[in-house]
Design a binder for this molecule. Structure first.
Ligand code: FES
Length: 327
């Protein structure tokens, strides 16, 4: 059996789509159209884009929103089946129509969030994303048709349109999963190492100029930057797609990713502008014997157990970082 036959059919389907270079031309036209529309909105466009990425939520919005049409349309499929089998189908028919309508509303919002995320993909991920979006549009069109037919009493045709829409949606969902699983779209790309746990010298203070600088500490890449007389340290890799923050530039206490312009607060690591939805890890810094030393600040758990102890540790970390406490 050949290597090709050994590959799962899903793999082969994805590989075929990834090889379609002609998809790039329409992709860039759509992307440029979107960028133009958002730029025309000015600062409101930035807020809209950040909202759609999910920066306010600290998590990409699109994967969560897709559960609405997927769940509602699957429920409609089951209800349609029950309406066929039940001796008194009226209740099932009404419920199926409501589920189709709820799925349509969810699909519209999910599509906007998905477009906002897709705008910043590249190469193979962009091609998969384009086909994923096209299939979703086709599924939504079929459910629109199904909705109209249900309202007109053409139940039999409405069920077939709905079933076809569900099949298209299922194929599209596979591609959506592929975008996350293979291409790591929507995944946090920042380094999650807990090192260095102790203060570690990484650079002579005199060597850090006005530009950000990448250093290594126990194999962890970190970006150092000066701002307002203080020295800050953040994880080198942008959480969005792993862009090198040390190649970015500084502006008003923030570091800007060179790849897609996400902004991160140097003092807190907070993401101030997307497409990233969360910030990189943060490190405490201090100067000892002319050397910049850094230590990882562990994230504070949001809930018990150990909440109080973790909070105390966090406060100690901050005091050490400011030089108020000796480690
Ligand atoms: S990699 Fe996309 S904003 Fe940093």
């Amino acid at each position: 059996m050949g290597a090709r036959a050994d590959r799962p059919s899903g793999d082969r389907m994805v590989a075929v789509i990834e090889g379609q270079g002609w998809l790039d031309k329409p992709s860039y036209k759509i992307e440029h159209g979107m960028a133009l529309a958002l730029n025309l909105l000015g600062p409101a466009g930035v807020r809209v884009r950040d909202f759609l990425h999910g920066r306010w939520f600290g998590h990409p919005l699109h994967p969560m929103l897709t559960d609405i049409p997927a769940g509602a349309w699957t429920a409609a499929l089951v209800l349609d089946g029950m309406a066929v089998l039940a001796p008194r189908p009226e209740g099932f028919k009404d419920a199926a129509r409501a589920a189709v309508g709820a799925g349509l509303a969810g699909a519209a919002v999910a599509a906007l969030a998905g477009l906002a995320d897709w705008q910043f993909t590249h190469d193979n991920a962009r091609r998969i994303g384009l086909v994923h979006g096209t299939l979703n549009t086709a599924a939504t069109g079929l459910y629109c048709l199904s909705w109209i037919q249900r309202r007109g009493g053409a139940d039999h045709r409405a069920r077939w349109a709905g079933a076809a829409g569900w099949a298209v949606m299922a194929a599209s969902s596979y591609l959506g999963g592929s975008l996350v699983y293979r291409h790591r779209i929507g995944v946090d790309h920042s380094d999650k190492e807990l090192e260095p746990r102790q203060f570690t010298a990484v650079l002579a203070e005199s060597e850090l100029g006005a530009e950000p600088c990448q250093v290594q500490a126990h194999g962890v890449a970190v970006v150092l930057a000066r701002s307002g007389g203080a020295i800050y340290a953040l994880g080198e890799h942008c959480p969005h797609l792993g862009g090198p923050l040390s190649k970015g530039h500084l502006s008003r206490g923030q570091i800007i990713c060179p790849w897609h312009g996400s902004r991160f607060d140097l003092a807190t690591g907070t993401c101030r502008r997307g497409p990233a939805t969360t910030g990189p890890p943060r490190f405490a810094t201090r100067i000892r014997a002319g050397q910049i030393e850094i230590r990882r600040i562990p994230p504070v758990p949001a809930a018990p157990p150990g909440r109080v102890l973790a909070r105390q540790q966090h406060i100690r970390d901050q005091e050490e970082a400011r030089g108020d406490r000796r480690p």
